[in-house]
Structures are given as C-alpha cells and as structure tokens.
Design a protein around this ligand. Structure first.
Ligand SMILES: *Cc1c(COP(=O)(O)O)cnc(C)c1O
Length: 394
C-alpha cells in the first residue's frame, strides 16, 4: 500500500503508542482524584500541557484539551461570538476554511451574527487589503486558517495577526494542518485562539487542543464538572493527552529534517506529473505550500474515478469532490480559487509523509498516466475536445 492521504489522517507513531499504553493500563486514575493514582494522571496531564505550550510559545495555563480540531474550532468561534456580542456581532473568515469553521459560521449566522467570507486569489491566498476593507466597528473576530488542508496554501498569518491586533479584534487560526509541521509562535504571530489536532501529526484520533490567550473572556463550550479550570468539563482523555504530547514532541524534534525530505518529495512529484501528464493544473501556491501537499486538477476526468482506480493499484489519495448521497459536491476550496466545476471534480490530492519514497512516487505517476489515458479515452468531454481540434500531447 502507498499512503498519500496524510492530510486526512496520519499513522500513529510507534513512540506515541508506547507513551500512551500505561494510561490504558495501570495508570487509569482520574486526574481529579486526590489519592496518588489520580495525582499521577494529573501530573501527566499538566506535563503534556507544559510541553505543548512550549511548542507554540504559549503558557501552560493557556492550553485546553479538546476532542480534536472540530471541537476546538466550534469552541473558539461560538464562545468568542457569545462573549463579545456586546461589542458587535460581525465576524470575518475566508471561503476556504475547513467545514468545522464554515458550518459553525453558518450556525452563528442563524443566531443573528453576520459573517464576511473573504475571497482568496487563484493560489488560495487571502488579500490583506480585502481583510482591512472588511473590518467594521462591530467586528469581534477574524478567523483565518494557518494552512489549507486541500491545497496546502500557507496564509500570511503574521500579517493578519498584526492587522487584527491593531484594530483590537480577536484573531483565531485553525492550525490543524500547521501544528507540528511549520514553526509557530503565538506571541510572535499575535494569535489569540488556535486550534490543533493530534491525528494530523502522528498522534491519536479524538484529541486536540485550543490555545486561549490569557485574559480572554471565553466561556465554556461543555458544561459539567470543574475540569480544565472550569472551562472544559468532562474527565480528561489522559491516554489521548499523553499521546498528543508525545506526538508534539516528536514533530518538533523532527520538523526540520522532515520538512526538507517531504518538500523534496512533493516537488519531485509535482515536476514529474507536470512533465508526464498533459492537461493538468497545480492547485494552490507553488512555494507557500505545506511540505507534503500535492493537488492537481486533471481535465476530462472525475476525481472519484481516478481514486477508485488508484485504490485498485494500492494507492490511497483523496479528491476534491465528495460523493455524498449520490450528489457530487465540488470542493468549496477549488471553487473559491476560481476553478470551474469540471476542474474541481477532476481534482486529486496526494499528501505525503517522510515514509514515502521516490520509487513509490514513480509508481504513482506511472499508474496515473495509465489511469488518465483510460479514463480520458472513455470521456465524452475529451472526445468533444478532440473533435474541436485538440490533440493529446504526449
Ligand atoms: C482535520 C481538520 C480539522 C478537524 O480536526 P479533527 O481533529 O479531525 O476534528 C479541522 N481543520 C482542518 C484544517 C483540518 O485539516
């Protein structure tokens, strides 16, 4: 199997599993209990908080564990909107956010908030002038993702943070794809709220965190016990928290080496596809791009068909169209770049890790050449194109 879907989830690192195991076994104490079995668990939770805070330039008491990126995004947006609604009811975000942000914004709109969805340019970058122009006296929150999960584009987070701070507006960033992959310092970047997730950085699923700048009056999203200093009720997911810490430490330790290797593989794959497959177009920014992200639109084909045929060759990838209940929804991210519905449907995302090799990528491109030739031969769109005088240039 060749796994090229690391933006969807990553392999749990063996050292992460190793670190978690005792907390599924003999270390089963409840961190809220006062006997030593409980305080050992509490110690592990606090140690994890310290390590994760250090990884993003935050303080220990600014880290709150959640069930993942989705909960962190929901909490940040819903509770910031609620806490600051006296000041205003306007939020700014982008058209290319993850659904955890976009669907939360849609819910807030139903509750009487107003949301501006910033457009992006052809490469997926937010324009700072458009951001400034969208700011109103009643704007309370700007939420812009650190890096996009589909096309890999890295947003100008430092500049956005500076604009937000200058206007006295809170800045939230969904850093699920950036945490552990890119250097990140919340002080330097003037971030007030940051969401991250374990399973995108070789950690376990079902654990993540929200960074909340101290002094911010964010209320609780969950109500119940007094865990997490009364801000996030529910018995802590101790094994998950310990696994997240191990994953974060591993990611920080390997970041430089991994970035070098994975971005080298990425550029190799991009060059090879562009050289060997006609009628393709790279989606996202060529250099301001996550190390492992490759996303192409191939004319005259459906991404879903490409995926199924890749699967038969043992290759796992992802497409910009999700086939839900028989209706094909083109990716909102690709549409925001200005791609046509056809181009959005013909997209393929391959997200790499340090475990991939050039030999694997050679096999992937070889397979793609064959698959695309077959699919295009069957495509009425392609037949039309040939009739109009187009030629298969290979
Ligand atoms: C995966 C992802 C999420 C959701 O995180 P979960 O931990 O799976 O809930 C949110 N935002 C982005 C950008 C993601 O890639």
């Amino acid at each position: 199997m060749i796994y090229l879907d690391n933006a969807a989830t990553t392999k749990t690192a063996p050292e992460v599993i190793e670190a978690m195991l005792p907390y599924f076994g003999e270390q089963y104490g409840n961190p809220s209990a006062i006997y030593s079995l409980g305080s050992a668990a509490k110690k592990a939770v606090n140690q994890a908080k310290r390590a994760i805070a250090a990884a993003i330039g935050a303080k220990q008491e600014e880290i709150y564990f959640t069930s993942g990126g989705t909960e962190a995004d929901n909490w940040a947006l819903k509770c910031a909107a609620e806490a600051y609604q006296e000041k205003g009811k306007h939020l700014i975000t982008t058209r290319i956010e993850h659904h955890a942000v976009l669907h939360t914004c849609a819910w807030l709109e139903k509750k009487g908030f107003e949301v501006t969805y910033l457009p992006v340019n052809e490469e997926g970058l937010v324009d700072l002038e458009e951001l400034k122009a969208a700011i109103r006296p009643d704007t309370i929150l700007i939420s812009v993702m650190f890096a996009n999960n589909e096309i890999g584009t890295i947003e100008p987070v430092a500049e956005i943070g500076a604009v937000a701070r200058e206007h006295g507006i809170l800045f939230h960033t969904d850093a699920v794809q950036a945490f552990g992959q890119l250097p990140l310092d919340v002080e330097e970047l003037r971030i007030d709220l940051l969401s991250a997730s374990g399973h995108k950085v070789n950690g376990p699923k079902g654990i993540g965190f929200l960074y909340v700048r101290s002094g911010l009056k964010l209320g609780s999203f969950f109500h119940g016990g007094a865990q997490e200093r009364n801000r996030r009720a529910g018995t802590e997911n101790v094994p998950g928290i310990v696994g997240l810490e191990a994953a974060a430490e591993r990611a920080m330790r390997l970041m430089e080496e991994k970035t070098k290797k994975v971005s080298g593989l990425r550029d190799y794959l991009i060059r090879k596809i562009e050289a060997e497959i006609p009628y393709c177009r790279l989606n996202g920014h060529r250099t301001k791009r996550l190390p492992g992200n490759v996303n192409f639109s191939f004319s005259f084909v459906e991404g879903e068909s490409v995926l199924i045929m890749l699967d038969m060759k043992g290759i796992c990838a992802s497409s910009g169209s999700a086939c839900t209940s028989g209706a094909l929804d083109p990716s909102h991210v690709l549409l925001a770049l200005g791609r046509s519905h056809e181009e959005a449907h013909g997209s393929l995302r391959m997200t790499l890790s340090e475990e991939n090799t050039r030999e694997e990528l050679d096999y992937v491109v070889e397979s793609l050449v064959e698959i695309l030739r077959k699919l295009r031969e069957m495509s009425p769109l392609y037949e039309d194109f040939l009739k109009r005088g187009g030629a298969y240039v290979q």
